[in-house]
Design a protein around this ligand. Sequence first.
Ligand code: ZN
Length: 706
Amino acid sequence: MIEVQGPEMGRSMLENPLLAMGGLPRFDRIEVAHVVPAIRSLLEELSAEFEALEASVESTWAASVIPLEAIGERLSFSWGIVGHLMGVRNSDELRAAYEEVQAEVVGFTLRMGQSRPIYRALEALKGGEEWDELNSAQRRIVEGLQREGRHSGVALNEPDRERFTEIQRELVELGTDFANHVLDATQAFSLWLREPEEMLGVPGSLRKLSAQAARDAGEAGATADAGPWKIGLDQPSIRPFLEHAERRDLRERAYRAYVSRAGSGEYDNSALIGRILGLRRESARLLDYDSYAELALSSRMAGHVAEVSDFLERLRGASADAAAEDFEALGDFALRASEGEVEDLRHWDIAFWAERLREEEFAYSEEDLRAYFPLPKVLKGLFSLAQRLFGIEIEEADGETSLWHPDVRFFRIRDEKGVPIAAFFLDPYSRPGEKRGGAWMDECVGRSRRLAAPGESMRLPVAYLVCNQASPVDGQPSLMSFQEVTTLFHEFGHGLQHMLTRVDESMAAGIRNIEWDAVELPSQFMENWCYQRETLREISGHVVTGAPLPDELFEKLRAARNFRSGSDMLRQLYFACTDLALHDEFSSDGPEDAFEIQRRIAALTTVLPPLPEDRFLCSFGHIFAGGYAAGYYSYKWAEVLSADAFGAFEEAGLEDSGAVKDMGRRFRESVLALGGSRDPMEIFRDFRGRPPGVEALLRQSGLERS
Ligand code: ZN
């Protein structure tokens, strides 16, 4: 997908590489110009197939689910490649092509969900004789399809159905507007600093970044040392500024702008929030749920609002006192360190003094650590851990398939007997301009017996692992921060669940069909190993001397893991409780507006109540423009599972290689192998021998109280 070439007209669609299912994507041949014709012709074909299916569908597995799977697989293969390239090889041309066909793809998907003949056939299948012969994966697939249908409004009669569809359409638009407003409001603010004294305390990396921002804004002569500097509200800028800038008045200005972002003026999201919440509630009511939260939770591991509330309350009880103590200790420290100047901590002081306290207590910097984590060494150690835990061998397979960028690596996984079972791409480095920020794992293709190529017994799963770490410079390999290391482990954990699945049905294999609040289990589980001594020895090796991380640094790293953990947890609970209350209690004609609900929750979940002008809801994209509506709690929910799963290894003895091996195989055969084929609670119980408990997370976070 490198440059735009002539349109595809005249060439046969058979040659369009985006439609070439059956192997891995042909990244060497795919061009932007393929996108629109490929997706249009595919949708045309699939629509015809779907209409034929609606006319002929029967209430058997073979005559309903299998054809649906075939249609879904073809769409997800081709559209999946386009989505992947949007993340890793973005360009104006690609974005335009994507936007040109996106509405058509969404429309087709909605039409599939709302099909009554299909829905009736699935109902009859569930009530019929064949049901007893279906295995657990197949049953969960049928039930999942039924639920999708219901949640798309298939069972509604007119005029409710029309109203429901209208609401869905408006919600998609409102979500896009909300996100655009946040982006625009973020861009609209800038704090220009021209005196070196205003930049006191600001580290070199932010000086470079903000001088670059100044040059981009027309100050051609801006330099990191002499300024001027432009501080923005985007994370890479505002975060280090609040942590390091010594000028308290400037931190205050930046902080106030940050928390009132998109809360007034041209890009005001306030009204959108009420509209979105009102429409969500209305659609939930049409589907016969009390609230949007109840609707959302009906397809999650946590079944009801009360269950999630109890869970969050339990964690609040465990972290509120610790957070209050953190605050008090920070106040004492600030008073002492400022020699009496800072008498009471304000919002814009917290991050700044927390960083000073961290420096004093642990006396190491992220920069010190980087030299110990060159990427090749980290990968070698990670693969060796995977071998110890799960008995798999990972080998380099570069050159076996085409790539979207020369820095991308390709690896193959073999089982104990040397049989290939999966493969993955790793795209490690940041490429500003064409690659989305953050890190993620995605499916390239999923495991499936039915979709195997002719002559093969199985289509093997292949994953994309994408990170955004520093590129190699000056002949040295990429030197990773410790956070980049844990991120790689995290994504690898998602990848393992996709690749080590033993489910043959593609619609329930790997990470598919897993309840959304359980998906972060394997990923957060893998992060824990970064703090285990043996693993850390294996993944670290000084770039010059080759020496592993010294014990002294290891101990500091481990101790720093729980620095202000009560405050961190309470903050997550503030977001999670607010999200849940908004989606359970808000109503357009109710007694409280969204901001009043936020303040009521804040009184219970913050040590320092929000400022009067705080409009953090106006930039809470997770729940208003992302997929986290009534789902923010999932982070903590899955962390309970992952900490408890890791607890099983701790109990068995982390230094006992035999015990670790046995437990690793057990984890592989349950959590990693069964994925979406069974209820996640049952799977967890199989692994742990009991239901999950929060104790392991509290212990791991240092919040256990005697
Ligand atoms: Zn994740």
